[in-house]
Design a protein. Structure first.
Length: 316
């Protein structure tokens, strides 16, 4: 049985990845300092003998006893609210945390997979975004702490691959949604769903014509697992290429939830991308992967999670 280490294992994506690895027969060691992760995301795995959670900050040296076959580096604040409130921590986990996770992979002779992001493309001037596009990033803007942390992490990962011959993979993750997202994390799916369920106005920034594409979490995790089993070392986009405007998405949320909430508009945040859509040709060719869950179906699986959490927070 392979042993996998998942940094950020108590987070939204980290917990789903942990679940998938256990299903695939792995022993899993999740590492998380719980800065933005939540132990409740892993509660259902507590009795699993092949799983353990270590509370640790990966910007400090990482020590894991015994053999390790895979290191999945998912530790990082990943929502606008988080990385604007935690700018230094975001930069440190992308730099020092990546260095330490790569050091663990090198010491153990393990495969290393970096969770990178579509934010590496910034506010793209190329559409859709292919992996060979270098991006349009403002390094000193408020989003730069996340964008540049991930770009540095990619550079560090490739350096370890070229200089130390570590078996590395890089996944560039596009907008993903599903159960275990936090209601107030600043991303559009929990923001709109939370507002709709509370009967509050749906807040659109700018004119609502900016576009996004949304990938259901099970599809994303399947792509990541396939990448971990591949022999490919360059970055791979994983996301859903079906693009729609934020205004269209708001209308869809209103219809599915049945809310009477109105839509209001506020000024666009600094450096907010106008278009975001993955070119997944590489994932199709290299991994035989493409998303399977339509947006409507994914939202039907996600909304009850938010509803249950709203009821808990309100004491219902």
């Amino acid at each position: 049985m392979p042993t996998s280490v998942v940094t950020g294992g108590a987070g939204f994506l980290g917990s789903h990845l942990t679940e998938r690895l256990l299903q695939e027969g792995h022993h899993v060691v999740a590492i998380d300092n719980l800065l933005t992760g939540n132990e409740r995301n892993l509660d259902h795995l507590r009795t699993e003998k092949r799983f353990r959670l270590i509370r640790h900050d990966v910007t400090q040296f990482i020590s894991v006893e015994g053999p390790v076959d895979f290191v999945f580096h998912f530790a990082s604040p990943a929502s606008p609210i988080d990385y604007l409130e935690l700018p230094i921590q975001t930069l440190k986990v992308g730099s020092l945390g990546t260095h330490n996770a790569l050091g663990l992979a090198k010491a153990k002779g393990a495969c290393f997979l970096l969770a990178s992001t579509s934010e590496c493309y910034g506010d793209p001037l190329v559409h859709p975004q292919k992996e060979d596009y270098w991006g349009n990033v403002n390094p000193i803007g408020p989003r730069g702490v996340y964008d540049e942390a991930k770009r540095f992490a990619e550079a560090m990962t490739m350096a370890y691959h070229r200089f130390h011959q570590v078996d590395t993979k890089i996944v560039r993750i596009f907008n993903t949604y599903g159960p275990r997202m936090r209601l107030r994390d600043g991303r559009v799916v929990p923001a709109f769903v939370g507002q709709a369920l509370r009967g509050e106005p749906l807040t659109i920034f700018g004119d609502g014509k900016q576009t996004r594409s949304f990938c259901f979490v099970s599809d994303l995790i399947d792509g990541i697992y396939r990448l971990s089993q591949s022999k490919f070392h360059e970055p791979v986009n994983i996301g859903n290429p079906v693009e729609l405007t934020i205004l269209e998405f708001a209308e869809r949320i209103r219809r599915i939830t049945g809310t009477k909430s109105e839509i209001i508009k506020k000024p666009l945040p600094v450096d907010d991308p106008k278009q975001r859509q993955p070119d997944i040709s590489r994932a199709k060719k290299i991994l035989g992967w493409e998303p399977l869950v339509p947006l409507e179906e994914g939202l039907q699986k996600t909304i009850p999670w938010f509803q249950a959490n709203l009821e808990k927070s309100s004491g219902g």
